[in-house]
Unconditional design. Structure first.
Lengths: 319, 238
């Protein structure tokens, strides 16, 4: 049943660009997919392992800059740039993870450390020469599939779709793996996990590296899609908040939560923009309000709601 | 031929943030024994456990397990060697199912025997067998304690440390819990039983230690300890 649903969903996802044929809506779907994939990356660390990061921009930005700099400065092919960005994001994860987990930072302390890392990187990117400083970097326009630049949004859509499938696939595999079980044990009760002999440091480190690598990949996609990156976009708190909202809205520690969350978040965002216009800072207020509402009324996210409703229906059917 | 020495703690000093709680503790457990560690609240019993099982690093002294020096080793290594602790206060994973909790007990050790160990645990704790898919946080207090012990058993321990297994259980359930512990012992498991329940623990154990303010103030055969006037005065009020 679930498998049938997934296969059906895949077919729809593949066919959708031929059905809607609107550049605006295709762009909207690309954003939804990109943030679904990065939301799942956050979910690996935050949802499954229970380590909430407020600074995923550190990975996103590093991936974005890595692919841009390697392409502009060293002529690296952008497809390989995706891989390089994943490596770069994973390395940043390794550094942040080693420092914070080695010293036993948990909960809000860990969240603050990630936030601080993203901010430091933003300031560095603003001043450094090779990042183009505050001006940012432009990726030269050279349309061609080999160059990961597409004439229409169609190409980007399929790359984003591939990214989302990869990311959700990682989540799916994680749920069935020993690492996933250990991460959930850490989330539930870290001390008890240690008493069972779980190497909590190594497990959390693996989680943050996977999470950082996938988010870095998202950053590289962003660079190729907009062909421009600057410190505020790359390392700003906006990206961090957007990435963490996606799984919190959709459902922490679930495979399809991030996809659902991203669709709802960006759908609601679009609606809000149409209703009240695009004033600066408005989106952050909107995100804040959404976060409060979710945590207050739906702590298990939309997937939790889906669960509860389907169970109620089952019970009604059995009665 | 003396019995095989499983756990040997010598001159253990430990504490938190530089402040010592344990001031030189000597304690040992031999194969096939139940040894009980008694002491009032805050005596340092859990501190001893946590330092023996690698959750904290002792300041001084040594811990040997089956002859190997495990002082300051990681909990990962210590569990892999077969020294398993069931921490105080039912530290289960509340949002995972009973089955998932049990599986997690065998990730570091005895993974190949998971199926047979699962059978064994459900034979010992039939209540768990009936509730495999239940979310662990919804178990009753006694069932949660059973789950914590069952999870420890999944690793096929050579020595099992139970930190206050009777904490917060009704008198009837305490009886049941002690009967289960006796059964584990009859099946050949060595146990270090940390308890405040003096009478029942000494009935069960062969030997006992009394910890006060971080020092062992009394130790010996359980039958002798039962008769000790100082112990009777301090813990039984007679
Ligand atoms: N994580 C910790 N950080 C600082 N001090 C601690 C910590 N854990 C325990 N202590 C202190 O160490 C002392 C001994 O505590 P411990 O938990 O070992 O006592 P206990 O004998 O197990 O008591 P109980 O029977 O109540 O469980 C207490 O004074 C306690 O406040
Ligand atoms: Mg204690």
């Amino acid at each position: 049943m679930a498998r049938l649903g997934i296969a059906g969903g895949m077919i729809v996802a593949l066919a959708v660009p031929y059905l809607i044929r609107s550049d605006f809506w295709l762009g909207f779907l690309i954003t939804v997919l990109l943030f679904a994939a990065m939301g799942m990356a956050w979910n690996v660390l935050g949802g499954y392992a229970g380590q909430f990061s407020f600074g995923h921009a550190a990975f996103f930005g590093t991936g974005a800059y890595a692919s841009a700099i390697l392409h502009i400065g060293f002529g690296l092919n952008p497809w390989l740039g995706l891989a390089a960005a994943a490596v770069a994001g994973g390395l940043v994860g390794l550094v942040i993870g080693t420092l914070s987990f080695r010293y036993g930072l948990r909960g809000s302390y860990f969240a603050l450390i990630t936030l601080a890392f993203a901010e430091v990187l933003r300031i560095l990117a603003n001043t450094a020469e090779f990042t183009g400083g505050g001006v940012g970097l432009y990726v030269p326009l050279k349309v061609g599939v080999a160059n990961l630049q597409f004439e229409s949004k169609l190409g980007y859509y399929y790359v984003a779709l591939g990214f989302t499938v990869l990311s959700l696939g990682v989540g799916w595999a994680l749920e069935r793996s020993r690492l996933g079980a250990r991460l959930m044990a850490i989330r539930e009760n870290e001390d008890a996990a240690r008493a069972l002999g779980v190497d909590t440091f190594m497990c959390k480190l693996q989680a943050i590296v996977i999470s950082g690598a996938l988010t870095g990949l998202g950053g590289a996609f962003y660079t190729q899609y907009y062909l421009y990156i600057d410190p505020g976009i790359a390392y700003g708190p906006g990206v961090s908040v957007e990435i963490l909202l996606v799984p919190i809205i959709g459902g922490l520690g679930t495979v399809f939560g991030p996809l659902l969350g991203s669709a709802v978040l960006h759908g609601a965002g679009e609606l809000a923009r149409r209703l009240v216009g695009d004033a600066p800072g408005l989106s952050l207020i909107f995100y804040g309000a959404l976060l409060v509402i979710m945590v207050r009324f739906l702590p298990e996210g939309l997937m939790g709601l889906v669960w509860r409703l389907s169970r109620r229906r089952e019970r009604a059917a059995n009665a | 031929m003396t019995a095989q020495r499983l756990l040997d703690i010598r001159g253990l000093r430990a504490g938190y943030d530089g402040v010592a709680v344990l001031h030189g503790v000597d304690l040992h457990v031999d194969a096939g024994e139940i040894v009980t560690l008694l002491g009032s609240n805050g005596a340092g019993k859990s501190t001893l456990n946590n330092n023996v099982s690698g959750l904290f690093r002792p300041y001084d002294g040594a811990v040997y397990f089956e002859g190997e020096d495990i002082t300051g080793a990681s909990s990962t290594h210590i569990v892999a060697r077969g020294l398993v602790q069931v921490p105080e206060g039912r530290r289960i994973f509340p949002n995972l199912t009973v089955r998932e909790n049990l599986d997690l007990g065998s990730y570091r050790r005895a993974r190949q025997h998971r199926a047979s160990n699962l059978e064994r645990v459900t034979a010992i704790f039939p209540r768990l067998g009936e509730r495999m898919t239940q979310i662990a946080g919804t178990l009753s207090g006694g069932e949660q304690q059973m789950l914590a012990i069952g999870r420890g058993l999944m690793a096929e321990p050579r020595l099992l440390i139970l930190d206050e297994p009777s904490l917060g259980l009704s008198p009837l359930l305490v009886e049941e819990m002690f009967a289960l512990i006796r059964r584990l012992h009859v099946e050949g498991l060595a146990l270090l039983l940390v308890e405040q329940n003096v009478v029942q623990s000494l009935e069960l154990a062969q030997r006992g230690y009394v910890l006060e303010n971080g020092r062992i103030v009394l130790s010996g055969q359980a039958t002798e300890l039962c008769e000790d006037p100082a112990l009777r005065r301090a813990y039984l009020g007679v």
